[in-house]
Write a protein that binds this ligand. Structure first.
Ligand code: FAD
Length: 418
């Protein structure tokens, strides 16, 4: 036997799995096809490494709409607070930012990755970088890892931690799915999540709002029967192909699912004044207009939304921005308020999975033991991280899922090998 445990993939799940396995005394090898470990981890959270989230467990699960409930057991063994302690003990104190997001105090992604590498070194984990795994052979008492150069490594347990298919230049090119299939696993259909959305509407094609950011707006996604599907309040931005930004990324998976199902297009309604009732707004502005009728409508509405957006809305409603407010009809005021509260963007597609932040779908969780991450089909085979059919919003939730599933997979792989 060459090693007790082989970990394939050096992302957050693989790094944590290797530490988990080696801490239990298993002879551990970590095989990574890129020249660096933790590349995607290092670019997460805008390059500062969004290690985890400080929200309560229930909220963490809510922020993992792709099978977050599967993580209940895992989180009861090793949770986000344990991740925070783990990094502090490695000498990387973390700080909390908006929405509970946790970052290294130093703001240096490199500190996080380096601390994990130092720990691997202390634990004598054998690390092979620039080494691509081509195939896995599963045996009764041992498994074989076959490298691209045809070298064979015989091990007791394998942890597959090769990630999904998003942003392939980081090394995650979907290599693990055929290995899972070979073991008999079902792969739930893959799709892009946390992904910018494409609209073919004329104003988008003409780039009329390109680069315009809207702060703290509420996006309401509705299906073709006008039924609300999901809603998120955060920032967003118009781009040259459609819309992007945090609120859009959060809504994106629901839009993609509708498009993949039976919708040719999906409407997202932007509420630029969330928290304020349409009718109350109408009454308020009617009063303001009554007392300041000499002002232009543009001046009356100044500051409610960015001027560029306001002018666009007024043009859409065929209203001259310089029109005296007193000359604005009730219907015109209602049409403006309708646009401010429910500006429709029609979505026709998303960017491809390669441009998504996270992969939806993956190795079916029904065939994975939730307390160990072991395959229910092949002994001493484990899966962790984004290769699993688990996906969350950006904000540390995917990394949290990767770290906790990685730790469990590594520990259990060790226990089943020794
Ligand atoms: C730009 C960006 C920003 C993000 N920001 C956030 C964020 O703020 N919050 C959040 O929660 N998530 C974020 N994510 C998602 C998060 O980074 C991933 O979900 C997480 O890295 C998945 O970890 P993983 O270990 O499963 O896989 P990965 O990090 O993808 O690592 C897999 C590793 O396996 C290696 N590998 C693949 N195939 C082979 C093979 N055949 N042989 C050997 N090695 C192989 C790859 O080279 C890679 O290093 C972001 C993603 C991107 C792209």
């Amino acid at each position: 036997m060459d090693y007790d445990v082989a970990i394939i993939g050096g992302g957050p799940s693989g790094l944590m799995a290797a530490i988990g396995a080696a801490e239990q005394g298993a002879r551990t090898i970590l095989i990574e096809k890129g020249k660096k470990l933790g590349r995607k981890l290092a670019i997460s959270g805008g390059g500062r490494c969004n290690v985890t989230s400080r929200l309560p467990k229930e909220e963490i699960i809510e922020h993992i709409p792709g099978n977050g409930q599967f993580l209940y057991s895992a989180l009861s063994i090793f949770d986000n607070e344990d991740i925070i302690t783990f990094f502090e003990e490695l000498g990387v104190p973390l700080k909390e930012e908006d929405h509970g997001r946790m970052f290294p105090v130093s703001n240096s992604a490199n500190d996080v990755v380096q601390a994990l590498l130092t720990k691997l070194d202390q634990l004598n984990v054998k690390i092979m970088t620039n080494t691509s795994v081509e195939a896995l052979d599963y045996g009764l008492s041992s498994h074989t890892v076959i490298l691209a150069n045809q070298t064979k490594i015989k091990v007791k347990s394998i942890v597959v931690a090769v990630g999904g298919k998003a942003v392939p230049h980081t090394g995650s090119t979907g290599d693990g799915y055929p290995w899972a299939k070979k073991a008999g696993h079902t792969i739930s259909a893959l799709y892009p999540t946390e992904v910018p959305l494409i609209s073919k509407q004329l104003f988008i094609q003409k780039r009329e709002l390109q680069g315009l950011a809207l702060r703290n707006v509420r996006l309401n996604v509705k299906n073709k029967d006008n039924k609300p599907i999901v809603s998120h309040q955060m920032d967003m931005i118009f781009t040259h192909f459609g819309i992007s930004g945090p609120a859009v990324l959060r809504c994106s998976q629901f839009v993609v699912k509708l498009l993949n199902k039976d919708h040719t297009q999906v409407s997202i309604y932007i509420d630029s004044i969330p928290g304020q009732n349409k009718e109350v707004l109408y009454q308020n502005y009617s009063q303001i207009i009554n007392t300041s009728g000499k002002k232009s409508i543009k001046n009356i509405l100044k500051g409610v939304v960015p001027e560029r957006f306001l002018l666009f809305i007024l043009a859409k409603c065929n209203i001259d921005p310089e029109l005296r407010a007193a000359n604005l009809s009730h219907e015109q005021l209602r049409s403006i308020i309708e646009e401010l509260k429910a500006f429709e963007v029609i979505i026709h597609d998303s960017l491809p999975i390669e441009k998504a932040f996270v992969t939806g779908g993956g190795v079916s969780i029904k065939e994975i033991v939730p307390t160990t991450m072991a395959s229910k089909l092949v002994e001493r085979l484990f899966f962790c991280g984004e290769i699993l059919d688990i996906h969350g919003y950006t904000g540390g939730y995917n990394i949290t899922a990767a770290l906790i599933t990685g730790r469990l997979a590594g520990q259990n792989a060790a226990w089943q090998s020794l």
